[in-house]
Design a protein around this ligand. Sequence first.
Ligand code: NAD
Length: 242
Amino acid sequence: MTTPPIRLLIHGASGRMGQALLRLAAERNDLQVVAAVTRRSPAQRVVDGVPHFAASELHGAPQFDVAIDFSLPEGFDPVLALCVERGAGLVSGTTGISETQRQALIQAATRIPLVWASNFSLGVAVLDELVERAAAALAGWDCDIVESHHVHKQDAPSGTALTLGAAAQKGGAQPHYASLRAGDIVGEHLVQFTGLGERIELTHRATNRDIFARGALFAAVQLNGRAPASYRVRDLLAASAT
Ligand code: NAD
């Protein structure tokens, strides 16, 4: 007996991430996009076999197993509410959400499985774990996080640098941050631990934005059918390895 594909709703489907998600999901037999949602009314109702909906029509979307949301903070509340209402999982990479929206995520995690992450790269999920371990093992060493991005990026330090800093703090380090904005760099994060006469450098380099879409699809597959809770990408990676 073959397993039916996991039914996905892609929220923010016309954006850069949404388009990457639609393209990569279409290459897989284990996934079926049953709804693509954009802010405004779609120019075409069905594109490559995928039904498209405006955000105002969200409640008309067919039943789905997991929603993947890469939209804007304004679009976040309705898709979270829909997932809770339908008992579906939520994978969200939308950045800039408010403290109130974070609290809503915590509440929703008692009812549905969900993962929110500022960075869905699987490499960064592993780096996060390595940073925490290194910080815990290297008491008293200096910890510096240097992040580099393209010149259009407004926020600094990046959300990912702050997430890595939180991991370092959890391990007992006191991280300092530096940010570089240059050319078209997709994203680089160096976490450096410096002791007396020695130094460890842990670096992640992103060269293609598809890594975030692939990581979100991985999270959706791992989240499907799990108990309600808030998961981290690194939890899902660890679970998939066992
Ligand atoms: P984009 O501007 O290209 O696309 C935004 C999408 O959101 C569009 O499809 C738009 O129609 C939709 N949208 C906007 N307002 C909406 C609303 N009120 N309701 C429903 N849909 C709405 O942006 P992007 O580069 O694709 O990034 C999208 C989000 O993902 C941003 O928050 C970005 O910071 C974040 N992001 C996260 C990661 C990660 O790994 N966590 C990686 C890349 C981007």
